[in-house]
Write a protein that binds this ligand. Structure first.
Ligand SMILES: [Zn+2]
Length: 355
């Protein structure tokens, strides 16, 4: 069913809308093991940081429920969804490949992660919030129609895009993906769907091996892939967004913007090998917000994907080195810790909250 969107309130009743925050404790129930980089600690670090910096109090906390199955099966095969559920209940250990471990509560975590994106979409579409950030895991952009992949179980952003189409009749959805990896699952989900523009900037010749060209194979789908060499940083990312995404969005005229916000291209991430800074994420956020402001009244939902240095405390030697560097350049107080994912998310959320 397509529902009508609330009309804008008269000027006298209007007050500035806040940024929504969607998070579910259930996402912490997906346990991947000590040596796996995609840990519950990532999400805990993000939420703690936003709380410690008093950002959460300035956001609208959204109530979240598990995504209804019909929303999941708008993207994934029903047999796959049942297989995920059964594998978790049986204690299968991994799903489809060793890189995606699962635990007893992983199915509930994955439903909650998708549910966060639906709650955020609802809140933006009904005018309750201006935009929203979803602090979720497991991540989603590698998940395929019938297969888990690359730490991802259900494709949260693809599920949100389908929900926007089916629930709200949104004609054109832009998905902007700045995770260091190519979102092969999202690309595949909309391969034949010209109503979704998938734009990805990612490290070239890197996991999962796709994203080397525009890859719509002459089909009707709209895909723009910008592979960048290892070691790329703010300049390359910002140029890709300004010179490739902005003109494409101008032609596409999206009615909603979704962001696959992975932070594993941040300098210092243990997996990414890129050099994006927090100032870079601020600027990327401003660019996607600018697109949303220009085309769709600022409607934007950002969804956490990767980013694997939650606290910056894993390596004592580099921590000491960071402290010395901080003292040397005077930029930070002595003893201040590097917290890669939390820092990047803080920069991103601050930019989402800017007036
Ligand atoms: Zn990634």
């Amino acid at each position: 069913m397509i529902v009508a969107v609330n009309q804008t309130a008269p000027a006298a009743e209007r007050k500035p809308l806040r940024t929504g925050f969607a998070f579910s404790e259930s996402c912490l129930g997906h346990v991947t093991g000590e040596s796996h980089p995609e840990t519950p600690a990532r999400l805990s670090a993000v939420v703690k940081r936003l709380a410690d910096k008093n950002l959460l109090s300035g956001m609208e906390r959204l109530s979240v429920r598990a995504a209804p199955l019909k929303c999941i099966t708008a993207v994934h095969a029903p047999e796959y969804v049942a297989r995920v559920r059964d594998a978790c209940r049986k204690g299968a250990g991994v799903l489809d490949s060793p890189d995606t471990p699962i635990s007893a509560k992983s199915y509930e975590a994955a439903l909650a992660a998708a549910g966060c994106t639906l709650a955020a979409v609802d809140a933006v579409m009904t005018g309750r919030v201006r935009n929203a950030f979803c602090a979720v895991r497991p991540p989603g952009h590698h998940a395929l129609r019938d297969r888990a992949m690359g730490f991802c179980v259900f494709n949260n952003v693809a599920i949100a895009a389908r929900y926007l189409q089916q629930r709200y009749g949104i004609a054109r959805v832009l998905v902007a993906d700045w995770d260091v990896h190519h979102g092969n699952g999202t690309q595949a989900a909309f391969h034949d769907d010209p109503s979704v523009l998938y734009f990805s900037v990612h490290r070239a010749n890197f996991y999962p091996g796709t994203g080397n060209g525009d890859e719509n194979d002459g089909g009707p789908g709209r895909v723009i892939n910008v592979p960048l060499p290892a070691g790329s940083g703010d300049a390359e990312y910002i140029a890709a967004f300004r010179h490739r995404l902005v003109p494409a969005a101008e032609a596409f005229n999206p009615k909603f913007v979704l962001v696959s916000a992975g932070f594993d291209a941040r300098a210092g991430d243990p997996l990414g090998g890129m050099r994006v800074t927090d100032a870079g994420y601020t600027e990327l956020t401003r660019i996607v917000r600018g697109i949303a402001d220009r085309h769709c009244n600022g409607r934007l939902v950002s969804v956490l994907e990767g980013g694997y240095d939650p606290t910056g405390l894993a390596d004592g030697a580099s921590k000491a080195g960071e402290r010395r560097a901080s003292l040397a350049d005077g930029a930070s107080k002595a003893g201040e810790r590097r917290a890669s994912l939390a820092d990047a998310v803080e920069a991103h959320v601050r930019a989402l909250m800017e007036r």
